[in-house]
Design a binder for this molecule. Structure first.
Ligand SMILES: Cc1cc2nc3c(=O)[nH]c(=O)nc-3n(C[C@H](O)[C@H](O)[C@H](O)COP(=O)(O)O)c2cc1C
Length: 231
């Protein structure tokens, strides 16, 4: 798959086949993601790749705590409630996903079921917990670098036919993840990525999220001048 096709075609995958992902393939995509740029080549990231019983314990602990009303405990600074255009975009993708899944606005039970799927990391066969070095905690740049490597991971996964969703819900109860995954004390849990072979029948997997056009996200400065110079 060429890069244009991967970048254009990638979308979040939230329904997976019950089929294991070979460890060698996971090593290969992590190797590709690991080529991400980072500030002064500091490479502050780590990947903890979970499957089987430890992953089931993470799902169970995360879901039980969320259901019993334990407030989210994350190791990163929370964004709080989104407002304005950010809220609008959040609502738009939720509507698209619910429409695809046939979940009606007033169907509280099915909406709750969807939220629970998120806490269970969409029952993916693999969860990659992404962390960064605690020594760099509080620096914006380490978050930037960790985000870059995580996009690399989902893109590399897509290019190999795997599906993934970056899944903040999966680390809402970070103490559970820390304990069950054995995360070292000198690392901070940033997020997790639910990963596996896409279930082609799962309706939400075909949802294509919208983007603003290039002219709405980019400004070009000095180009007219260049045109004049070129002329
Ligand atoms: C930091 C981060 C956290 C996310 N957490 C979740 C999540 O908890 N649950 C979920 O369904 N999607 C989650 N997503 C996926 C976004 O909803 C998705 O990337 C966005 O709607 C754009 O859709 P696309 O990835 O299909 O292009 C997360 C994405 C990012 C970058």
């Amino acid at each position: 798959m060429n890069l244009t096709d991967a970048m254009q075609g990638r979308r979040s995958i939230r329904g997976f086949q019950k089929k294991a992902v070979p460890k060698e393939l996971l090593e290969e995509i992590i190797g590709l993601a690991n080529r991400a740029p980072s500030s002064m080549n500091t490479q502050p990231w780590h990947f903890h790749v979970l499957t089987g019983a430890p992953l089931e314990r993470v799902r169970e602990g995360n879901s039980t705590r969320m259901m019993s009303g334990v407030p989210p405990v994350r190791e990163i600074v929370d964004h709080g409630v989104y407002e304005g255009p950010h809220r609008d975009r959040q609502v738009e993708i939720a509507k698209q996903l619910f429409a695809a899944m046939g979940i009606a606005r007033e169907d509280k039970e099915m909406r709750q079921d969807w939220v629970m799927r998120g806490f269970r990391q969409f029952d993916a066969p693999v969860s990659v917990v992404v962390t960064f070095d605690k020594a760099l905690e509080g620096t914006t740049i380490a978050s930037f670098d960790t985000g870059a490597v995580t996009y690399g991971l989902v893109l590399a996964a897509w290019s190999k036919g795997l599906g993934a969703v970056i899944n903040g819900q999966g680390i809402m109860q970070s103490p559970v993840v820390r304990q069950e995954a054995g995360i070292p004390d000198n690392e901070v849990i940033m997020t997790c990525v639910a990963l596996g072979w896409p279930d082609e029948e799962f309706a939400a997997n075909s949802v294509v999220s919208r983007r603003r056009p290039v002219e709405a996200v980019a400004r070009f400065v000095g180009f007219d001048e260049e045109d004049r110079n070129a002329g």
